[in-house]
Design a protein around this ligand. Structure first.
Ligand code: FES
Length: 231
């Protein structure tokens, strides 16, 4: 009779590890929680330190914030035919108090102009439209312009006298000394000038009869970020 082989006896090494006691389970759980928390804190500190220079560089400086602010201009002391300049966003902004003569020649300038009807968006949407579009200003007497030539950015001269060194055809307005662009008393560019566009009108509105705020359209329009094609 053959002998049935006996199952080998289990040694201590083969035996399954004993279940952890409740005490060991509690310890293990706390340890895991500590490790996860510690890793997350280290990661968060790392991200924060790495991001700090970028966040710092994205925060506008005090000077930048100041430069972006609107500028209020008292126009009560400007005499007829006088032009004053203020700086807004590092740009020269002109306010010209136009005389009846300067206003009177504007409607007849059309044949001499590249864009007499303001087809190009060189003025904000709160400018007069239709028959008074040639004013390019909220009140016809006070013209507000950014005094930067739309050719290559020189600052034109205010030349109100007709004729003179600019020739018999010159009726007064603004002349750019760099390459000779000419603009009328509404800042509209004359045909033959290298400048492609009219001088820009900045966003502005009246705070009172004598104070203009440049940098904001105000009223129902709040397009403070409006900008022309070329400054
Ligand atoms: S920059 Fe004014 S004409 Fe060239």
């Amino acid at each position: 009779m053959s002998k049935t082989p006996e199952a080998p006896e289990k040694t201590r090494a083969d035996a399954a590890p004993p279940d952890p006691t409740p005490e060991e389970r509690r310890f293990d759980h706390s340890r895991r929680r500590f490790l996860i928390t510690a890793t997350s804190v280290v990661g968060a500190v790392g991200v924060a330190s790495a991001a700090a220079p970028f966040i710092g560089s994205m925060t506008p400086s005090r000077e930048a914030v100041a430069n972006a602010q609107p500028v209020d201009i008292d126009i009560s002391k400007i005499k007829p035919a006088e032009l004053i300049t203020v700086i807004w966003r590092h740009k020269p902004v002109w306010v010209l108090r136009r005389t009846p003569h300067q206003l009177g020649i504007l409607p007849s300038m059309d044949p001499e102009l590249k864009d007499p009807r303001n087809r190009q968006p060189q003025q904000p949407p709160n400018m007069p439209k239709g028959v008074y579009a040639y004013w390019r200003s909220i009140k016809k007497e006070y013209l507000v312009l950014v005094g930067i030539c739309t050719h290559l950015g020189c600052i034109p001269d205010y030349v109100p006298q007709p004729g003179g060194s600019l020739g018999p055809q010159w009726r007064g307005g603004f002349h750019c000394p760099c390459h000779g662009s000419m603009y009328d008393f509404a800042g509209r560019v004359l045909i033959g000038s290298p400048a492609p566009l009219n001088l820009p009108v900045p966003p502005y509105h009246y705070l009172s009869d004598t104070v203009i705020r440049v940098g904001s359209i105000g009223g129902a329009h709040k397009e403070e970020n409006w900008a022309p094609e070329i400054w």
